[in-house]
Design a protein around this ligand. Structure first.
Ligand code: G3P
Ligand code: CA
Length: 254
């Protein structure tokens, strides 16, 4: 198993800024990622979809409607827009006027600005929609010499297990995680399977128990739990022994 390599404050729990720390800035924007660095988070977590020409863009949803100023009831799909079109959208004004002018970043922009300053968890959304997505992601990391997690502290995660398995084949030195929201994927058979391609089993906080964390550890994997949005949600996770807390409010984690 590959361990985190960035130094962190003594006794502080590993803290991951969910979508960059969506409690304090518009999710998945440079403004959020800068805050995550300022708040001394161990990692920022971001989501990627693909543009029309096959570029990774940092956005959670398949559509731009929720998180930009696009002004229509019709669903506008990221996959139907070029990067140039995506860059015309304002990804901050819906959140607050002080964030007016924020753009949807590309993954390359985020890696060039933030890799090696903070750990980065790249969540690949719906990879089954995008042809050769594994090869494209591998090329971006290899091109930036970020394919050795020991040096770069990058984790690639997805709800799609097949994708994670393929990434492990293409990038054997990159840390990987499966994301779990359903109990049926936490059987011993599944955990055993995950050990062949994942370092982390990142589980919804609703499923977390001490026993579950111990089972994941007994399979030599770790677990970061998501998504903490209130202070009262932290203590149960810490007591259960999770290895990291993915939160919209990084300062809640002591
Ligand atoms: O890190 C896991 C978590 O981000 C998954 O939920 O919908 O916020 O991407 P979501
Ligand atoms: Ca995510």
């Amino acid at each position: 198993i590959k361990m985190s390599t960035l130094p962190k404050a003594a006794n502080r729990h590993v803290t991951i800024a969910h979508r960059g720390g969506a409690g304090y800035a518009p999710e998945n924007t440079m403004a959020a990622f800068k805050k995550a660095v300022e708040m001394k988070c161990d990692y920022l977590e971001l989501d990627v979809q693909m543009s029309k020409e096959g570029e990774f863009v940092v956005i959670h949803d398949q559509t731009v409607n929720r998180t930009t100023n696009v002004n229509t009831r019709r669903s506008i799909y990221v996959a139907d827009l070029t990067v140039a079109q995506i860059k015309q959208l304002d990804a901050g004004s819906y959140y607050g006027t002080e964030f007016c002018g924020e753009r949807i970043p590309t993954l390359k922009e985020v890696l060039d600005e933030f890799s090696r300053k903070i750990g980065i968890i790249i969540e690949v959304k719906e990879p089954e929609l995008y042809p050769e997505i594994e090869e494209k992601l591998a090329a971006i990391l290899i091109g930036r010499q970020l394919d050795q997690s020991q040096n770069s502290n990058i984790i690639i995660q997805s709800f799609n297990f097949h994708f994670v398995k393929k990434i492990r084949e293409l990038l054997p030195e990159v840390t990987t995680a499966v994301i779990i929201s359903k109990r049926r994927y936490l059987t011993d058979d599944y955990l055993k399977e995950f050990t062949s391609y994942a370092d982390y089993v990142n589980t919804s906080r609703r499923l977390v128990t001490k026993q579950l964390v111990e089972r994941i550890h007994s399979h030599h994997m770790k677990m970061m739990s998501w998504t903490v949005r209130s202070k009262s949600q932290i203590t149960p996770l810490m007591k259960a022994g999770v290895d990291g807390i993915i939160t919209d409010y990084p300062d809640y984690v002591g």
